[in-house]
Design a protein around this ligand. Structure first.
Ligand code: CP
Length: 324
């Protein structure tokens, strides 16, 4: 806990709150009651933003945004979340211009930033980087994506999107499509969904299948999982179609990327064959895997998904800083 990690206890927090001072590193930390709690706080945040826009729950608090990889949504939404809550942000969105470029290690960088900030949001290209940072930091670390590992805050906002859009998470069929090997968002989301009564379909090219260790992990929960190379056999039964970008930056062989980059494109014709109640999700950015014409379809939920992310990240910041 924070109180054991830091010699300097800030004023005004509820130090008995269960998420106070905790790191958020993996979705494996959460059970269903945690998710209900987070979504309840996210609802309150949405209502407060709608009513008054910005308020002072985290006034005086500072977030360090430390991004070793590009980001639009995660970085900007954590910034917006902190500012909506009355706090401020140290933005290190391009580590090339920080002392990382001089060879400073991750442990030294986070131990420096926590001297200035109350919480650190970290994106890094290596699996396990957030856990390593948390080992050294006394302040909470929030994993904003560690290589092909996890993206827990994205999975939380994805689940919140499903809950808000469909009104339930149980008794649904979720089809994940695209790059399931390198897509860290689907790794985290599949794990979270396995806490519910769902059926999971994985549609990908052979070389981009869901990693076997994640399939084994989910199998142990009893969640039914099925693998395909084509969307056609599962489209009609799908309640949530979760599309991912083929992650060009993770390929060692550019030719291999070229061979799969256009494997799937969601078009209005495909949407016509889907359930009227289906929602189409994407963590974004997209680079062609959903045709622009599909944006007009009310089932296209990806820009609403972006907004849900703001409220979930406001909730997480308030929780780890002892204000929720
Ligand atoms: N979904 C997501 O993580 O987007 P960014 O890479 O823009 O943060």
């Amino acid at each position: 806990p924070y109180s054991e990690k830091s010699p300097y206890l800030p004023f005004g927090e509820n130090k008995n709150a269960s998420w106070y001072g905790k790191d958020i590193l993996s979705v494996k930390q959460f059970d269903r009651s945690d998710l209900e709690y987070i979504f309840g706080v996210a609802h309150e945040m949405a209502e407060m933003v709608r009513r008054i826009g910005t308020f002072d729950l985290l006034k005086g608090k500072i977030l360090a945004n430390l991004f070793y990889e590009p980001s639009t949504r995660t970085s900007a939404s954590f910034t917006a979340a902190m500012e909506r809550l009355g706090g401020s942000v140290i933005p290190i969105n391009e580590v090339r211009y920080s002392s990382v470029a001089k060879g400073e290690s991750l442990p030294d960088t986070v131990r420096t930033l926590e001297a200035y900030a109350d919480v650190i949001v970290l994106r890094h290209p290596e699996v396990g980087a957030a856990a390593l940072a948390a080992k050294y930091a006394r302040k909470p670390i929030i994993n904003a994506g560690d290589g092909v590992g996890e993206h827990p805050t994205q999975a939380l906002l994805d689940l919140f999107t499903i809950q808000e859009e469909l009104g339930r998470v149980d008794h649904i069929t979720v089809t994940m499509l695209g790059d399931l090997k390198y897509g860290r968002t689907v790794h985290s989301l599949a794990r979270l969904l396995s806490l519910y009564n769902v059926k999971l379909n994985y549609v990908s090219p052979e070389i981009l299948r869901m990693p076997p260790e994640i399939i084994a992990e989910i199998q142990a929960t009893g969640t039914p999982q099925f693998e395909y190379t084509s969307l056609e056999p599962v489209l009609a039964e799908t309640d949530v179609l979760y599309v991912t970008r083929v992650q060009k930056e993770r390929f060692e062989d550019p030719q291999q990327y070229e061979s799969v980059k256009d494997a799937y494109v969601i078009t209005p014709e495909i949407m016509q064959a889907a359930k009227k109640t289906m929602i189409l999700m994407h963590p974004l950015p997209r680079v062609g895997e959903i045709a622009l014409e599909v944006d007009q379809d009310p089932r296209a939920a990806y820009f609403r998904q972006v907004e849900y992310g703001l409220y979930v990240r406001m909730a997480l910041l308030a929780m780890v800083l002892g204000k929720a």
